[in-house]
Design a protein around this ligand. Structure first.
Ligand SMILES: Cc1cc2nc3c(=O)[nH]c(=O)nc-3n(C[C@H](O)[C@H](O)[C@H](O)COP(=O)(O)OP(=O)(O)OC[C@H]3O[C@@H](n4cnc5c(N)ncnc54)[C@H](O)[C@@H]3O)c2cc1C
Ligand code: FES
Length: 305
C-alpha cells in the first residue's frame, strides 16, 4: 500500500493513509450551488471529481465547514456524478459547524476527505428493497435509490421528517399496494425517476402518513408479509431511535436489513477510536469504529446502547 502525500495542515490529520481500496482522498471542493429549505436545511453541490468517481451509497465525506474550524464534520454523499465531477450533500444547520457551513457561498472551497466508510451493499438485492430515511438520514437513501434504478432494481422508498421536507412534497401518480390511498406525498426526484416513494410525519403535512416512518413501513410489510417476506430487504439511515425501531421490525418480520449509523466523529479515518459501536461478530462482541468499519452494518449485528 502506498502512502498519500497530501498534507492538509493540522496536527490530527498528518498524511492521509488510503484504505485497502485506496479510496480516501483529499480535495478542495468548490461550492457550485447552494439551496436553502425550511427547517434550516441546506443542499450544496460541490465540485469534487475524484470523490464523485468513487463515492457509493452509504459513503460519507469528512469536511471542514469553515477554515477556522479544524475539526471536520461527517456528511453523507447524497448524489455523485462522475461524468460532471460533482457530489451533493444535504444537511441541517444546528450546531457550530453546520451553522458555519450554511454561511458558505458559491465559489468558496471546502476541504474534504472521502469517500469514507463501508457503503450499503452494491449487488445481490432481494426483489423488493425497502429504503427508509429519517431526517438527515435521507441523503444516503437518495443515493441508494439512484444506484438501484441504474441497475433496474425497483425499490420502495419511505422518508420521515418532523421538520418540513427539504423538497416540495408533491402527489405521486405511482400506486403502492398496502399504503393507505390518502397517503400520496412523494419526493419529486423519486417521481421523476419512476420510483415509488411515500412520506411520513407527525406534523400533519399534507399528503403524508400521519405517524412515524417506521409505522408506515410496518403497515406495508404486514400487508405483504405472507406472500413476499423473503423478497423484502430493508436499508435505513436516520436518527438512532428510528434505527432501533427499524432493527426491531427486521427482527419481528425476519427481514435482511442494513443500517447506516451516526456517531460523533473526530478523525473520521479510524485513528482516534472516537466513534465506537458494539457489534456481534463470529468471534463474539467487538467494538467497531463507525467511520471505517461502518457506517453501514448488518442490523442483526448491532448492539444498540
Ligand atoms: C456517517 C455520518 C453521516 C452524516 N451525514 C449527515 C448528513 O448527510 N446531513 C446532516 O445534516 N448530518 C449528517 N451527519 C451528522 C452531522 O455530522 C452532524 O450534525 C454534525 O457533525 C454536527 O456538527 P455541528 O458542529 O453543527 O454540531 P455540534 O453539536 O456543535 O458538534 C460540534 C462538534 O463536537 C462534537 N461533539 C459534540 N458532542 C460530542 C460528544 N458528546 N462527544 C464527542 N464529540 C462531540 C461533534 O462531533 C462535532 O464535531 C452525519 C453523521 C455521520 C456520522
Ligand atoms: S472518528 Fe476517529 S476512529 Fe472513527
Amino acid at each position: 500500500m502506498t502512502k498519500a502525500t497530501t498534507k492538509i495542515g493540522d496536527h490530527l490529520e498528518k498524511d492521509i493513509v488510503p484504505n485497502e481500496r485506496n479510496t480516501v482522498l483529499v480535495e478542495e471542493a468548490e461550492i457550485l450551488s447552494t439551496k436553502a429549505y425550511d427547517g434550516a436545511q441546506y443542499a450544496l453541490r460541490l465540485r469534487s471529481p475524484r470523490v464523485a468517481a468513487r463515492g457509493k451509497a452509504g459513503h460519507f465525506v469528512h469536511l471542514r465547514c469553515a477554515p477556522e474550524l479544524w475539526l471536520r464534520r461527517p456528511m453523507s454523499i447524497m448524489r455523485a456524478n462522475s461524468k460532471h465531477g460533482w457530489i451533493d450533500i444535504l444537511f441541517k444547520a444546528h450546531g457550530t459547524g453546520t451553522k458555519l457551513l450554511a454561511e458558505r457561498n458559491v465559489g468558496d472551497t471546502l476541504s474534504l476527505i472521502g469517500p469514507i466508510g463501508k457503503p450499503f451493499k452494491q449487488e445481490n438485492y432481494c426483489r423488493r428493497p425497502l429504503l427508509i430515511g429519517g431526517g438527515v438520514g435521507i441523503p444516503p437513501i437518495v443515493f441508494l435509490a439512484e444506484h438501484l434504478r441504474e441497475r433496474s432494481v425497483s425499490p420502495l422508498i419511505m422518508m420521515g421528517s418532523e421538520v418540513p421536507f427539504p423538497f416540495p412534497v408533491t402527489p405521486s401518480q405511482l400506486l403502492i399496494d398496502g399504503i393507505p390511498n390518502h397517503v400520496t406525498g412523494t419526493m419529486p426526484l423519486m417521481e421523476d425517476w419512476g420510483i415509488p416513494c411515500r412520506l411520513a410525519s407527525r406534523q400533519g403535512f399534507a399528503g403524508c402518513f400521519d405517524g412515524f416512518v417506521t409505522e408506515l413501513a410496518t403497515h406495508w410489510i404486514k400487508f405483504h408479509r405472507e406472500e413476499h417476506n423473503e423478497e423484502i430487504e430493508v436499508f435505513a439511515c436516520g436518527p438512532t431511535l428510528m434505527l432501533k425501531a427499524v432493527a426491531n421490525i427486521a427482527r419481528q418480520f425476519n427481514l435482511k436489513c442494513q443500517l447506516s449509523l451516526e456517531e460523533f466523529m473526530a478523525c473520521g479515518l479510524g485513528g482516534c477510536a472516537g466513534c465506537p459501536v458494539e457489534v456481534r461478530t463470529s468471534e463474539g462482541v467487538a467494538m467497531k469504529r463507525v467511520c471505517v468499519d461502518g457506517p453501514v452494518f448488518e442490523s442483526a449485528d448491532i448492539i444498540f446502547a
